[in-house]
Design a protein around this ligand. Structure first.
Ligand code: NAP
Length: 245
């Protein structure tokens, strides 16, 4: 039996264990999925030794970046993004060889492409964390120019939230990568001039709980098309499954 798992801390609200355990049951896959809630990454060699059938790992907060020095190889997307959310484990004569991938980027690409028209060429990304880097990487690949709205803009492609109203006439796609609106703080939302939006606009929220965040609700009320992060979440998990197999 193969073993798969998740490393992160804390793992109380993890989606992956439930998703993969149900998938294995439904598809008759002889495998198990274990949560490895570890307080630091020095525990990795121990996990690999205790679980010789461990073939793949998902990686979540806070280790998506700090895991990189513990890997032997990185895919091009993980290297450019600087974050890993999926590890494939191969063994040569019992010695583990770890390859890191970023399947958030592919999950986002597939979900976005089914949502926006090809005429969209400019986007604003709200938030400047790890998820924003995967989103930016994907938009670059799709030749969609993007600006990052940050509370503390530092670089040339970063803007303050106060600049957004002046950019809305050209930037019709807005992607929320901040945690604003995520359960349990469901009434918070990014500061935008929602009254300026209409049916020309597309709002994508990486959050999937709740299904309709305040950001999406306000956008939809103004007439914009909206999409949450659920399909992206499922797609990144299925992309991880492909890497492991
Ligand atoms: P993160 O690094 O903790 O935060 C993202 C950025 O949001 C921060 O760097 C910060 O940028 C901004 N931010 C944080 N708190 C804020 C606040 N109170 N007000 C305004 N801006 C704030 O998180 P992440 O790992 O990038 O993940 C971001 C979100 O994406 C999370 O909700 C996560 O659950 C979701 N996500 C979903 C999927 C999926 O498959 N659907 C995959 C990955 C992540 P500045 O300091 O520059 O403003």
């Amino acid at each position: 039996m193969k073993t798969f798992g998740l490393i992160g801390h804390p793992l109380t609200h993890s989606f992956s264990k439930k998703y993969f355990t149900e998938k294995f049951l439904k598809e008759g896959v002889d495998a198990e999925y274990i949560n490895f809630e570890i307080s630091d990454l020095s525990k990795i060699p121990d996990i690999l030794e205790k679980h010789p059938n461990l073939s793949g790992l998902n990686v979540t907060i806070p280790y998506k970046q700090s895991i990189i020095p513990h890997l032997h190889k990185l895919s091009e997307d993980a290297q450019t993004i600087g974050a890993v959310n999926c590890i494939r484990i191969d063994r040569k004569e019992g010695i583990p060889f770890l390859t890191g991938y970023n399947t958030d980027a592919e999950g986002f690409r597939k979900s976005l492409c089914g949502f926006i028209p090809t005429t969209i060429r400019e986007a604003i990304i709200l938030g400047n964390g790890g998820a924003a880097r995967a989103v930016k990487y994907t938009l670059d690949k799709l030749h969609i120019n993007s600006l990052i709205a940050s509370r503390t803009p530092r670089q040339t492609n970063e803007i303050a939230y106060s600049q957004i109203p002046l950019l809305l006439h050209t930037h019709k796609l807005i992607i929320n990568t901040t945690p604003l609106g995520m359960f349990p703080d469901t009434e918070s939302f990014p500061p935008l001039p929602y009254e300026q939006l209409n049916s020309d606009y597309y709002l994508f929220d990486l959050i999937y709980n709740p299904e309709l965040t305040a950001f999406l609700r306000k956008g939809r009320t103004a007439g914009a098309s909206v999409k949450n992060g659920w399909e992206m979440l499922i797609t990144q998990a299925e992309e991880a499954w492909k890497k492991w197999n």
